[in-house]
Design a binder for this molecule. Structure first.
Ligand SMILES: *[C@@H]1O[C@H](CO)[C@@H](O)[C@H](O)[C@H]1NC(C)=O
Length: 206
């Protein structure tokens, strides 16, 4: 099965608890079977975003420049009730190529694909608890879905017919309003994040 390989770098204001900051790693995400096997790398790694800022982030890049489908999973813990972006994938000219945005105040998780946004409501998104997110989308059907703590959302049409294409820049902890930048502290993620995994196909939940 295909996995995605990433280069990771971190700003000095974020920290990773298992490895010292400011190092670049080659991360190979390999899923042996969809459900049973553990991915090899970012499992168990936890990032800490200790304060609201527009400077703390973790950056992941990949040589892949075309994705016809995405599955993204990660775990977060925060006490923010305002909206925040744990995960933001941008390509040149498409700031919200694949973005997850959560708001505990609104009990809502939004998902954007190629600048189209849909809202998933009342999934039980709360402060001060670990949540696991998985989200999937594929360009064939255009349908996206979220699992929050294993509980599926409604399936919703987002965007179909075209791949996510171009130089992929992933930022954890900030919302990219342009490729690689224009962060807004008021949309930053504050808290802990772990087990970030991404695949270039849709996985069904186990
Ligand atoms: C979309 O991406 C897939 C691989 O993810 C690739 O095989 C296909 O050629 C791409 N389609 C277009 C129109 O670029």
């Amino acid at each position: 099965m295909r996995g995605l390989s990433f280069i990771m770098s971190m700003s000095s204001r974020s920290s990773e608890t298992l490895l010292p900051g400011n190092m670049a790693l080659l991360l190979l995400l390999v899923m042996l079977t969809a459900c049973a096997a553990l991915p090899q790398d970012m499992s168990g790694k936890m990032f800490t975003f200790p304060q609201e800022s527009k400077t703390a982030y973790v950056r992941l890049t990949t040589p892949r420049q075309s994705l016809s489908a995405v599955t993204l999973c990660l775990r977060t813990f925060t006490d923010l009730d305002r909206g925040h972006a744990p995960f933001s994938l941008a390509t040149p000219g498409v700031a919200n190529a694949f973005v997850i945005f959560g708001s505990a105040k609104d009990n809502e998780v939004t998902m954007s694909v190629r600048n189209k946004e849909v809202r998933f409501r009342e999934l039980g998104y709360k402060t001060n608890t670990w949540h696991s997110f998985c989200s999937t989308w594929d360009s064939g059907s255009g349908v996206g879905q979220i699992w929050l703590d294993g509980k599926p959302s409604s399936r919703k049409y987002i965007n179909s017919g075209s791949n996510i294409t171009g130089l992929i820049n992933i930022v954890l902890g900030q919302d990219q309003d342009e490729h690689g930048g224009r962060f807004n502290a008021k949309q930053s993620f504050v808290g802990m994040m772990s087990d970030v995994h991404m695949w270039d196909y849709t996985l069904s939940p186990c």
